[in-house]
Design a protein around this ligand. Sequence first.
Ligand code: HEM
Length: 509
Amino acid sequence: MADADHSSDGGENTFMSFFTSFGIHILMVIIVIILKWQYDRNRYRYPKGPRDWRNLKDAISFQRKKRDNLLNLVNDYPDSCTVMTHTGRLILLNNSGFINEIFLGRADLVSNKVDNYLENQLRYKEGKHIRTGIVFRHQDHNARIIHKALVNYIDNNLVNKHLDVMVQEQLQNLHLSKQFDVRRTTFYFAVRLLTSLSCSSVSISKNDKVFELFEQNLYKISKAIHEDTFQKSAKTVLSKLTGLSETLDINENVLDYIKTWIKRRREESNIHSNNEQRVTSTTETSNDFLDSILNCIDESSPRLDDDDISACILDIIMHGSEMLKGALSWFLLYVVQYPEEADLCRREVREKNYSKFELSSTESLIYTQAFIKEVLRLSPVVPVVVHSTLEDFKWRTYHIQKRTQFGANILALHHSIAWKQATKFDIKRWIGDNLSSIPTHSYLPFGLGPRACVAEKYLFNLLTGILGVLLYHNDFEKIGPIPDPIGGTFGLANIPPKYSLKATSFSAN
Ligand code: HEM
């Protein structure tokens, strides 16, 4: 009996001591976390704002009513404020001076949009740093050379050369049915355009099943990436933990297809160099984005491989199509919402006989150009450009921890009091003498600084030309309730909710 008592005492003691030591460990972890939190609180200093647990309600409502919040926060914090979003702490820059200081002055910022959202990063090559043109860290050598190569290609080999033919071809293929889903139709148009710009030899024919699947997959990604919700963040966390994600699988599929373009291009260039009986490098001419990136390989460090290049091409196609979809969907929404202004544009394109896309003559489309600019002012496709810091740094009176996100509040800039009747849709503000009242540094639809859009110099003209041709050939009508221009999915990109229109072709009449 005595023995039995001893052994049960021993068991109880072991259990107790295990339990106590476990408790002590947990307690120590909690103490370390609290000390670290306290240390960071004292060490780092951020602009004030609705940012912490005491303001949890504000933080949640920042997400839920993002548009209103982006505009309202400027009243309370005219320069900058810190908000807690579901993607972490974000310093929102509300003043154009501050936006310039950070976005022009701190080129080492990472463009956050794709890091968190496109999900095609890191997973594909463990241990290698973040890849692709849009995502490369800008202080990173490869990011800079790719950005430069794309800009050079657009300047020297695309504009005033084959761009007109390529855009016109896709416009001709755009058969608007009587009732069409605007977002879907514009996305498919944009994917085809961006694919032909990225790899001119891809056959974009209707009957190519592989290309069709590629397009459909991109559309699936498109529907997922710009969601900016708690649910989306939870899914991202889950896929980080489990490694499972539908979007990632689709991405992998899409990347494999792009890799076949690279392989074929290499074979073509080998045949070409053999035929020429001389050793050629690919650095001679660029016929498309793919060529211009392949031409960077010798300069790159670490050396770009096929995975890097295909991720880069995918980003260009995805970003370009997503942005064109957003912009064109907004334009058509404003066309039916503001028919008088749209008629001014239509009359103009008819007078100038602008039936085919031609970039160089878009400058003469004064009203259409003004229409484009005004829509992108009120409904910028990228309402907040988000970058994040790579290192701790001191800025003004603040001490910012690395990986803090900075957001340029583009929406607020476009609605600031510097604009006359800022909330009014007024295309005339962009015309003639009125131009002098356009405030400086208050309009940034394509970002700014070293990470600004590579196509920015030509985007107004490109968009003007596309809308011009669409208005020349079609009448657009509502076929039911359409979304309010101040609505929109308002995630990472600002895109109108799904809606349909009726298009009647004038030539058919
Ligand atoms: C309406 C159309 C477009 C809009 C509103 C737009 C907007 C933007 C914005 C705001 C950025 C800067 C993001 C940042 O600072 O993080 C950006 C970057 C970029 N855009 Fe666009 N974009 C458009 C069309 C295009 C097209 C057609 C292309 C195709 C070539 C393109 C290629 C790029 C690339 C490669 C970057 C990354 C530049 C870098 O980080 O080095 N964009 N775009």
